[in-house]
Design a binder for this molecule. Structure first.
Ligand code: ZN
Length: 181
């Protein structure tokens, strides 16, 4: 077994356990791990499978924000490179939601290239979810608001990775056509 395969299996197991009781907000209520798998896949495809740490971070990117996992735990299990990547894309939940979203737009351009790649894959997956299984309680206005925010964050990720940017644009355009952004 190569180190990359072992790392991937460990990250998949860790993420599946941590998010075991969570489901996506969309009307089909997919298991949360579906989102993590999709983000990881987008990163694997964009890098040709060459950045094992980034692909693993794709599986782990919501663990601190949405589960009881801590940064120290991720660092102990997966090392400092992956922990730093996850930390870069983790919001401070002590800050109110609206302010957190504003800060993401403000700070994303200062993040590392790999953190921007992770953000692009994350938003692409979220946009595809909104297309295929939108949250039942989201009004058209809320969808358009999300699209505008996703666009602002993605603008801050320009130059990070052409494949991921193209994937984001395609998903964003389909959402905009459907929801009239
Ligand atoms: Zn996510």
């Amino acid at each position: 077994m190569t180190g990359a395969t072992l790392l991937f299996a460990k990250a998949l197991d860790f993420a599946a356990r941590k998010h075991v009781h969570q489901r996506r907000k969309g009307e089909s209520r997919e298991p949360y791990i579906n989102h993590l798998a999709q983000v990881s896949r987008l990163l694997a495809e964009a890098t040709g499978g060459r950045d094992a740490a980034l692909i693993a971070a794709g599986l782990l990117h919501d663990a601190i924000e949405d589960t009881d996992a801590t940064l120290a735990e991720i660092e102990a299990e997966f090392g400092s490179d992956i922990a730093a990547l996850v930390a870069e894309v983790t919001d401070d939940k002590s800050i109110p939601w609206v302010e957190r979203k504003r800060l993401q737009v403000k700070h994303v351009a200062t993040k590392s290239k790999r953190a921007k790649m992770l953000k692009l894959a994350d938003f692409t997956s979220n946009l595809l979810s909104i297309l295929e299984s939108p949250p039942a309680d989201w009004s058209p206005e809320r969808k358009r608001h999300y699209l505008a925010w996703a666009r602002a964050v993605a603008d801050g990720c320009r130059g990070a990775d052409a494949t991921l940017e193209e994937g984001f644009e395609a998903a964003w355009r389909r959402c905009a056509d459907k929801y009239g952004a």
